[in-house]
Design a binder for this molecule. Structure first.
Ligand SMILES: [Fe+2]
Ligand SMILES: [Fe+2]
Length: 291
């Protein structure tokens, strides 16, 4: 696979990840003020929203550490980057555990759809399959958190939690683009072509998953289904419009279901670029805007 323009080496990412690790423990959630919910339904929905986030962190952490162990013998630098990345997801999982207790919730068993999905995902074996799935998850995670920053009722602790997640998942997107390129370099010939059906299936499934998440979480985040499904299509589309070397192009028909055309995806800042990653990497300097 040809190197994309402006692509950086693993050492670049490793340096950023090490910088981030030093700052990780300085950041604490301020959970001193209890939240007064408008209704028990709103609180229940908030617990569902952050449970979904918890499961994504847990899965990201496990997969990153598993791939790190697999690549350690031939690419120790990449293995270390994957471990540090997994540790960031582990830190998010810890924050979410505290946050869930604070909002009067607990870590719930997964519902049947989520469980099936994560079971299938856990069975994926090829690193490029796992990383592509994860990359698309990071993208919709960052999108959902950023939208929720605008639409959920503003409460300081909720904003702090959402800001941390938005900021870090935004950095994880270009990082996973790098991981995917490295994985494809070592994959069997034709691996990229074999990812095409998965890319289309995931795009459609993630857009559809917005419906299920609306049933559970909308009373908390106030994001209507059409807004969320469109935002998913838009952000996944922009990602691969910029990282064009993968050749992942969303289907026109699918885009049309949310009122988008392919040309609507062109001309946005390349969040996968090294410059964008560098900006997103320094936690203390990132300004998180709501979508
Ligand atoms: Fe995370
Ligand atoms: Fe992440």
């Amino acid at each position: 696979m040809p190197n994309a323009v402006g692509e950086r080496q693993t050492s670049f990412w490793l340096r950023l990840l090490k910088q981030r690790r030093e700052r990780m423990n300085e950041e604490e959630l301020d959970l001193s003020q209890p939240i007064v919910w408008d209704s028990p339904e709103e609180q229940w929905s908030a617990v569902a929203f952050f449970n979904a986030a918890f499961r994504a962190e847990e899965s990201g952490l496990r997969q990153a550490h598993e791939i790190a162990a697999d690549v350690a013998s031939h690419d120790p630098e990449l293995a270390e980057a994957l471990r540090l990345y997994g540790d960031e997801e582990g830190w998010h999982r810890e924050l979410l555990t505290k946050f869930l207790a604070y909002i009067g919730g607990e870590i719930r068993p997964m519902g049947p759809t989520t469980r099936t999905f994560y079971k299938l995902y856990a069975r994926a074996e090829r690193p490029e399959t796992i990383i592509l799935t994860n990359l698309m998850f990071e993208t919709i995670g960052a999108t959902t958190y950023r939208l929720a920053l605008r639409t959920a009722k503003p409460r300081p602790a909720v904003r702090q939690m959402l800001t941390i997640l938005t900021r870090d998942e935004s950095f994880h997107v270009p990082l996973n683009v790098h991981f995917l390129r490295r994985a494809l370099e070592r994959a069997e010939p034709g691996a990229l072509r074999r990812l095409q059906p998965l890319y289309h299936l995931l795009t459609a499934s993630l857009m559809a998953s917005a419906a299920a998440s609306r049933r559970r979480a909308k009373r908390f985040d106030n994001i209507p289904f059409p807004t969320l499904a469109r935002a998913y299509a838009e952000h996944l589309g922009r990602l691969f419009t910029n990282a064009a070397d993968f050749g992942f192009t969303p289907s026109r028909a699918l885009l049309a279901t949310v009122g988008l055309r392919r040309r609507d995806l062109v001309g946005y800042e390349d969040l996968t670029s090294a410059a964008a990653a560098e900006r997103a990497a320094d936690r203390s300097r990132v300004i998180v805007d709501a979508l």
